[in-house]
Design a protein around this ligand. Structure first.
Ligand code: FAD
Length: 434
């Protein structure tokens, strides 16, 4: 029987893996490659803050899994994994429902010989009182679009009833990591664009943005020499940055920090910390950590089952020689997908040599502050760490997305897509206004 490779989660890592395996072993008939995802379309997650601010039309950048599967010789199954039966070697998918709540497909199982789990992560609100009810999160396109709609609604109300809405719109962002600071800058840009289109009476400076960070500095996970210029730029843009401020409570009208400071906000975004989806916790006896990540060895095999691999944000992969795990980043998911292409091909070929081990290569970190600035560092074997700022940094920032597109579409279609979006700029508003 043909070997069945099932990949669950078609995100930054899983979709690249399915595409590359489909084009090789799938096309050659050496394996049946199946991708399972809870959604019908894919959008690269690092773009979600741009979707939230409206500077990116998510429909223009989305990819349809069914078409991608057809073009690249793998099979796509729509469904949300909820359980695993290691003895029967099957995964169990929740039933799917249509928009009216009618059942489309009942609960079902899919059999595998090799299973790869790449279901990503969601934001971790650390159980903070009121956060789940009152904060918006940026884990999915739907959530990013909901944020955008709320922002537009606030402007539309102010436009229709100028007397009642002369005031401000307060937005609070919890977490001064890359997502938080990039969203703050995109929102500041959106405020200028909305004012330029004559929509609403809210002047750009009256969209009040506050970034609240529990740690002592902006971008706590990145080198200080990146955090400092980013902090300076945010202040120049009029964004209020609160450091050493841990949010302890969120209500419909405000956030409260541990020292009792109250920050009024109509819109609240939680962008601090991650955890893997809850269904992974202790799933079928596999080893998981306190944030539900599957613990894997450097080969990306789970510690208790050689036929189950996990990678990307949902995996806790050690970095040899340190006490840290590989960071949850698109860069790591991309590199791990490339390693797994080699690994799974070697296993199919019956290779008896040890499987390759994953070593995280940090090529640097880049933070884009909308059209205002981009800051970061590039890491090279010979050059060490080189600081970048401005358009050069922005170019390298965009190149990470281009690498993802190249893995999915190849060079020709990526180039055509780039040209298409450049031409579209002249005919479409710079901000999504619906
Ligand atoms: C706003 C934002 C900005 C970011 N910016 C950057 C950046 O600039 N640089 C960087 O390196 N990283 C960035 N990241 C982090 C980066 O997006 C993640 O590290 C990366 O997407 C992880 O890839 P992944 O394949 O593990 O998971 P994801 O890309 O999250 O994909 C997971 C997939 O699994 C599917 N799924 C989830 N649960 C199930 C289930 N139960 N059953 C079936 N399918 C399921 C989802 O639908 C999704 O398609 C950013 C993240 C966010 C939210």
């Amino acid at each position: 029987m043909t070997h069945r490779i099932v990949i669950v989660g078609g995100g930054a890592g899983g979709l690249e893996l399915a595409t590359r395996l489909g084009k090789s072993v799938g096309k050659q008939g050496k394996a049946k490659v199946t991708l399972v995802d809870a959604n019908l379309t894919h959008i690269w997650k690092p773009l979600l803050h741009e979707v939230a601010a409206g500077s990116l039309n998510s429909y223009a950048d989305e990819l349809n899994y069914v078409a991608q599967a057809k073009w690249n010789h793998f099979e796509f199954q729509l469904g949300r994994m909820r359980a695993l039966d290691r003895e029967a070697r099957t995964i169990i998918l929740e039933p799917t429902f249509d928009e009216q709540g009618a059942e489309l497909v009942p609960e079902r199982s899919i059999a595998y010989d090799t299973l790869v789990i790449s279901v990503g992560s969601t934001t971790n609100d650390f159980g903070t009182q009121g956060a789940a009810e009152h904060c918006l999160f940026l884990d999915t396109r739907k959530q990013a679009e909901r944020f955008h709609q709320q922002l537009l609604n606030a402007y539309l109300r102010a436009h229709a009833e100028p007397e009642a809405h002369e005031g401000e719109i307060n937005v609070a962002i919890v977490g001064a990591g890359a997502t938080g600071v990039e969203l703050a800058a995109e929102l500041h840009n959106a405020a200028h664009e909305l004012a330029a289109y004559g929509l609403g009476r809210i002047k750009p400076e009256n969209l009040r943005i506050t970034v609240i960070e529990a740690g002592p500095r902006v971008l706590p996970a990145l080198p200080e020499r990146i955090g400092t210029p980013v902090h300076r730029t945010l202040e120049k843009l009029g964004v209020t940055v609160m450091l050493g401020a841990a949010v302890s409570e969120v209500t419909a009208d405000y956030l409260k920090t541990q020292d009792g400071t109250v920050i009024p906000a109509v819109m609240k975004v939680w962008a601090a910390g991650i955890r893997a989806p809850g269904f992974l916790q202790d799933i079928a006896g596999l080893e998981t950590n306190r944030i539900n990540q599957l613990v894997v060895r450097p080969t990306l095999q789970t510690t208790r089952d050689d036929d189950i691999f996990a990678f990307g944000d949902c995996a806790a992969c050690p970095q040899p020689g340190t006490d840290r795990n590989v960071p949850p980043r698109a860069q790591a998911a991309h590199q791990q997908a490339s390693l797994l292409v080699k690994t799974l091909k070697a296993r199919l070929a019956g290779s008896t040599t040890a499987l390759p081990e994953y070593r995280y290569k940090d090529y640097g970190s880049l933070v884009s502050l909308s059209r205002f600035s981009a800051v970061g560092n590039l890491m090279g074997n010979l050059t060490g760490s080189v600081m970048l700022e401005g358009w050069l940094a922005r170019m390298f920032y965009v190149s990470l997305y281009r690498m993802h597109q190249m893995a999915l579409y190849g060079p020709f279609r990526t180039l055509m897509g780039m040209l298409g979006s450049r031409l579209g700029r002249g005919t479409e508003p710079r901000l999504k206004l619906h």
